[in-house]
Design a protein around this ligand. Structure first.
Ligand code: PMP
Length: 400
């Protein structure tokens, strides 16, 4: 039996506040091949550019092994910062220079660095309803006071942000193909948010790891392009290359990047140089021009299959509806108010189906009747069976 972590002697108040891992053991069941899991939220491994990564690592070790195997500079390898600055400027319409880029170990580390840089215990930070569970976990280590932002059809109603937001440390925003909902803020909402951030004086933390995974049409301009003086933007190589290389980046005003760089170097000294140099080669080789369309096509195919199975198989009920993402890897399913999707999990396990209960994606006041469905790792030939099991679970719960 595992020991309850909070009973260990000498734990910090922060560590004492960490809840036991409830979801991990449940999701681990999904590795049993008889299960169909919409739970995990991992990128599709068919989209990893294996050959290009192998070639890039080989070239790096042949041409610059001593540098690649040494500690990296604290802000990240200049080739990668230049490649990121070029990409943000040219592809994402967000003028960026290499001194405005910090390379991180995934954007998860970016979330941790921002919390350390901007939060004291009790600091107000603004979050969407729902929001990314991993961000809440990273922020919780700084023990902030959350304020939830007004919800809107695309995930946020910026015009309704009022005085409660004035002087907050930052607003954590998932503008594009959000985790967990798959929703995207339109341009007007982005502009309104930038205006509110200026008038109420808070930073915007723009977390955008999914922006390149659009299916048919590129998303609206980045928030950083609308408010560069008060936006800290994070993105990641996890979804466009592979999460195993643990590389992401933060872009923002150079003075913010300087403080985040120092905090990062105190924690980890540097980000792995060999991975950075390999990623820089892949980015500057032009591979992304062929690779990204392939990844988008895989994701579109999965999304279309999932949405059409839901349409066909879900019970018809006025309170059952779901989002229709235009990119990324998540669908947010709403069920009737009386259902508690976490309480339903043991019956889901009996049916050998897994999902993530929505209540874990809220900082405060959780809605218990929602589910996050991650669909890009489910084999296409199992998708129909997975949605059938889910729909049968819901029918049973509603006695339909
Ligand atoms: N932000 C969001 C919204 C995410 O969904 C994830 C990964 N699930 C991350 C950040 C962290 O990703 P990574 O550290 O792999 O870049």
């Amino acid at each position: 039996m595992t020991e309850n972590i909070q009973t260990m002697p000498r734990l910090s108040l922060t560590a004492q506040g960490i809840p036991d891992d409830i979801l991990g053991p449940i999701l681990a069941e999904g590795t049993d091949p008889s299960f169909i899991s919409f739970g995990g939220g991992l990128p599709c491994p068919e989209g990893f550019p294996v050959d290009a990564m192998r070639r890039a690592c080989d070239e790096v070790l042949r041409s610059s092994a001593q540098r690649a195997l040494q500690y990296s500079g604290p802000q990240g390898e200049i080739e990668l910062r230049e490649a990121v600055a070029r990409y943000e400027t040219e592809q994402r319409g967000t003028p960026t220079t290499p001194d405005e880029v910090l390379i991180t170990s995934g954007s998860q580390q970016g979330l941790d660095l921002c919390a350390r840089a901007f939060c004291d215990p009790g600091s107000r930070i603004l979050v969407q309803r729902p929001t990314y569970i991993g961000a809440l976990e990273a922020f919780n280590l700084s023990r902030p006071a959350y304020v939830e932002l007004p919800e809107g059809p695309d995930g946020l109603e910026p015009e309704a942000i009022g005085e409660e937001a004035r002087g907050a440390r930052f607003a954590y925003i998932l503008p594009t193909f959000s985790n967990p909902t798959g929703r995207t803020l339109g341009r007007a909402a982005r502009e309104a948010l930038a205006e509110r951030a200026r008038s109420l004086d808070f930073w915007i933390l723009e977390d955008d790891p999914y922006g390149e995974l659009w299916y048919r049409k590129a998303p609206p301009c980045t928030i950083r392009s609308l408010a560069p003086e008060r936006t800290i933007r994070m993105s990641s190589f996890s979804k466009i290359l592979a999460p195993g290389i643990r590389l992401g980046y933060i872009t923002g005003p150079a003075r913010v990047i300087r403080i985040l760089t120092l905090i990062q170097s105190f924690a980890v000294l540097s980000t792995p140089a060999v991975n950075q140099l390999a990623a820089a080669r892949v980015l500057s080789s032009g591979l992304m021009e062929t690779h990204l369309p392939e990844v988008r096509a895989i994701y579109l195919e999965h999304a279309e299959a999932m949405l059409s199975e839901l349409e066909e198989l879900m019970p018809r009920h006025p309170e059952i509806h779901w989002t229709h993402p235009e990119g990324g890897m998540f669908i947010w399913l709403h069920l009737p108010k009386q259902l508690d999707t976490f309480a339903m999990m043991h019956r889901a396990i009996e049916k050998k189906i897994l999902y993530l209960p929505g209540q874990f994606f809220y900082a405060l006041r959780p809605d218990v009747n929602c589910i996050r469905l991650a669909f890009v790792t489910v084999r296409k030939d199992l998708m129909r069976e997975g949605v059938k099991r889910l729909s049968s679970l819901i029918r049973d719960e509603l006695h339909l």
